[in-house]
Design a protein around this ligand. Structure first.
Ligand code: PLP
Length: 457
């Protein structure tokens, strides 16, 4: 299809996500024909560097041949099978491989087909666990301010990003909010670690009052992605695990965006420093939610990993009514399982994380000069997630009025220069696929710098 034809027909038949469709009267829709490595190629052959990994899903590049062939082979063998009463090799191997690479102590894998569904599963499983062990009065969840966990009603209920949530607020169950350990909100002179410790005190106070009615605390470890790429010190995770243990509530780690190497380790939970000197680094959540990168960005899929203890609370004679009866038609889809296996094989067979460290260091070096910019309040980075926060006034950190849509200007500027950026409000960020080369990192950084100028004019 030709560009104009494709766009016209799209705009008369399709409704796009996260979009005021009216915008497309002025903002062009970009019709993509194919992808190759870190690049998207439009119907006229124009190339765009995918600096946001197509909404944080893609890990090793578009149309990655190893994952593509694994899916093709699976498709010719078994494309889908009911996953209740039946099983298949790809689902079994994947569960084993996930448990082998996940934080120690996770023992069971429950599959779902998108991130929000994984969050729903974790919330329901935690609540149902407490019900099964005779603590049905536990029915609330503690979430962090600025958090995002997806857009189905349960996931929205534990989220705190107004843009996605406000319109539906009357439909959502109540949650308790603990203040985020976001390092951007440091008091003058306070280090990120001190912010984390102060916020742990706040959480302690909340748990002291409410733990008896709380099922779980849900957190996005290290980076609150949709909440404008706000980042926190890993000490928060160590303290959070200790508080959940102390008060006997579950910990749900939503690594849907940060999992699979984005933050520098395979999972962000690994970066929690030891509770005591000489102790074990890393924490194990009671529920680990994974999606997005799990299939390398090829297919919608998700997994919730949990402990033997949680599993045991559901395992009983049928007549006790304790089974976890959540189901999605495509649970354990063979194509998705096979894509996830191929993704884990790439991690196993190539030094992905080592390469990412070098790329992250280069990105940090190239973005550093932006700290001097009069409208840049913060340049922050965790692994291969880097963000530049724009403000109207640097001293007071007063934001630009939202209706000015400064970030959109940066996005359109980048698009005209052949780079895909999609700022969150006035936070311009990069989360590139791991196949980017150093020159492409430089191009991303230069485009962000140019976008900052375009946004602040
Ligand atoms: C994207 C995201 C989700 C939701 O995943 P979907 O597949 O879009 O439903 C949940 N939590 C976090 C942290 C995410 O970034």
């Amino acid at each position: 299809m030709q560009r104009d034809d494709l766009i016209r027909r799209d705009l008369s038949a399709v409704w796009h996500p996260c979009t005021q469709m009216h915008d497309h009267e002025t903002v062009p829709l970009t019709p993509i024909a194919r992808g190759a490595g870190a690049w998207l190629i439009d119907v006229d052959g124009r190339r765009y560097l995918d600096a946001v990994s197509s909404w944080w899903t893609n890990l090793f590049g578009h149309a990655e041949p190893r994952i593509a062939s694994a899916i093709a082979e699976q498709a010719r063998t078994l494309e889908q099978v009911i996953f209740a009463g039946f099983t298949h090799a790809s689902a079994v191997q994947l569960a084993e491989r996930l448990l082998a690479v996940a934080p120690p102590g996770l023992a069971r894998v429950f599959y779902a087909d998108n991130g929000s569904a994984a969050v729903e599963v974790a919330l329901k499983m935690s609540f149902h666990y407490w019900r099964n062990v005779g603590r049905g009065e536990r029915r609330r969840f503690i979430a962090l301010s600025g958090g995002y966990h997806g857009e189905t009603l349960g996931a929205l209920a534990v989220g705190d990003t107004g843009l996605y949530r406000d319109a539906y607020a009357p439909l959502l169950f109540e949650r308790l909010l603990a203040p985020s350990p976001d390092a951007y909100e440091a008091e003058p002179g306070e280090t990120p670690e001190q912010v984390a410790l102060r916020r742990l005190d706040d959480l302690h106070a909340l748990l002291e009052r409410h733990a008896d009615t709380v099922c779980a605390v849900i957190v996005e470890p290290l980076v609150q992605c949709a909440g404008q790429m706000r980042m926190h010190h890993p000490r928060y995770l160590t303290g959070l695990r200790a508080l959940c243990d102390k008060f006997g509530v579950h910990l749900i780690a939503d690594e849907i965006a940060v999992g699979f190497g984005r933050t520098g380790t395979l999972f962000a939970c690994e970066q929690a420093p030891p509770a005591q000197p000489g102790g074990q680094a890393g924490i194990t959540p009671d529920f680990l939610c994974l999606s997005k990168g799990i299939t390398g960005g090829f297919l919608p899929f998700a997994a919730v990993l949990t402990t033997a203890d949680v599993y045991a609370a559901f395992y009983d004679d049928y007549s006790t009514g304790k089974a976890f009866l959540h189901s999605h038609s495509y649970t354990g889809n063979p194509l998705a399982c096979r894509a996830a296996l191929a993704t884990l094989e790439i991690f196993r067979d190539t030094p992905v994380l080592e390469n990412n460290h070098a790329l992250a260091a280069r990105l940090a070096g190239r973005l550093a000069p932006l700290r001097e910019h009069p409208h840049v309040a913060d340049v922050r980075q965790t692994g291969l997630i880097a963000a530049v926060e724009l403000v109207a006034d640097k001293a007071s950190r007063r934001p630009f009025p939202a209706y000015e849509r400064r970030g959109l200007r940066a996005r359109l500027d980048a698009l005209s220069r052949g780079v895909v950026l999609r700022p969150l409000g006035d936070v311009i960020y990069a989360m590139p696929p791991y196949c980017v080369r150093e020159e492409e990192i430089d191009l991303i950084a230069a485009t962000i710098a140019h976008g900052v100028e375009a946004a602040c004019r």
